[in-house]
Ligand binder design. Sequence first.
Ligand SMILES: [Zn+2]
Length: 462
Amino acid sequence: MTSLTFHGAAGTVTGSKYLLEADGAKVMIDCGLFQGLKQLRELNWKKLPFSPATVDNVVLTHAHIDHTGYLPRFVKDGFRGKIICTPATKELVKLLLLDSAKNQKRDANYANRKGISSHQPAMPLYGTPDARHAIKKLRDVPRQKWYQVAGPIWIRFHDAGHLLGSNMIEVEIRNQEKPLRLLFSGDIGRYDAPLYHDPSPPPNCDYLICESTYGNRDHADTDVLDMLEERVNKAIARGGVILMASFAIGRAQQLIYLLQVLMHKGRIPEFPIFLDSPMAVDATRIFKQFSEDHDLSEGRLSGRENVLDGPNLTLTRTVEQSKKINQVKGPAVIISSSGMMTGGRILFHLKRRLSDARNTIFLGGYMAAGTRGRRLQQGDSHLRIHGKDIPVKAAIDSISGLSGHAGKSELLQWLAALPRPKRVFITHGEKQSSSAFAKSLRQDYQFETVIPKLGEKFELES
Ligand SMILES: [Zn+2]
């Protein structure tokens, strides 16, 4: 008997947690945190309807916190098994879980100061010791190799092209002559994306569990290099410094890569790049360590061994080094986090650079309501930083087209060669997105589709 229960990313994009059971063996695929609106975040506090102690092992598609961020709590609540992932994912998960523990503490402190918590006092979901316990359970398994996770459950990783180390997971339940086959898509990346390989073709399966983040829309059809060249040259013409707000893992490395490629092709002038974020510096080290895991072909064309290196790139870790960047005059690029300017070192750079009309601030993609990033995006004349109102004189621009998620057409392209599975479970999408994607799969490919509800369990037949 084989069953699959959806404990997250059901009707929403976050909290990925799927429990796979076969002949008494129990395996969790992903163990993510719910993020975003309060009603979603509160789900992290709801006890799971099974004891983590009964789960044999966890398998991770990739390192993003909506796929891994519940692990420290899972371990705190009794999970004793191993956490299986690819080598690059293992390194990124270490960084992300420790950072997540810090964020949990910060949020709890904030709620207590403001008196806005329903728990008195507000507690963090987990602490740094819990994150460390989870990290100790990480075991790496290479791609393309079959691995027995528990009982009859075997898995094999294939590159999903979404983030360094990211995968789709092929599963075989080997308890009868013809094994039952499942495919968990994880998050599917884009075709021809900077830095990542194209997603691997999907292996045949009886049941597909497919994400639908962009199930109802496509990305704008712009060439990222053209877009960045135009924006950067415009910013340089203003005579100041370019400050880029970026997520520390993935986005920051893509930006460095794209800037280096443009410089080597002579499409933008050579200038210094500063990466000022300890976490982004650690992540860049991991990207360099796993260079076979990403596609540096553009950089290799221009004769560089590793475009995440170079005499023009300064990685700063200490506060002292960070302060020195204050003396830098343009043209130069400072990349710093957090991406939506809710905290981190970017705030010190904003305080220094925002009131000078020669400078340009680049925002990357989506900015959540209430963040400083959103305020700049909507054209506020002042920004409050560390208790001071700073006038916004610098130009505000944004960089688009760097999403790590396949758009609708790319998801359909990925599935084009897949023989019809018995059923497709559509997960990891807002309601409209999942239903639109289900409709496309029924119409274009005659797939049978289901959008599971949170907590819903399905028996899988071979
Ligand atoms: Zn992801």
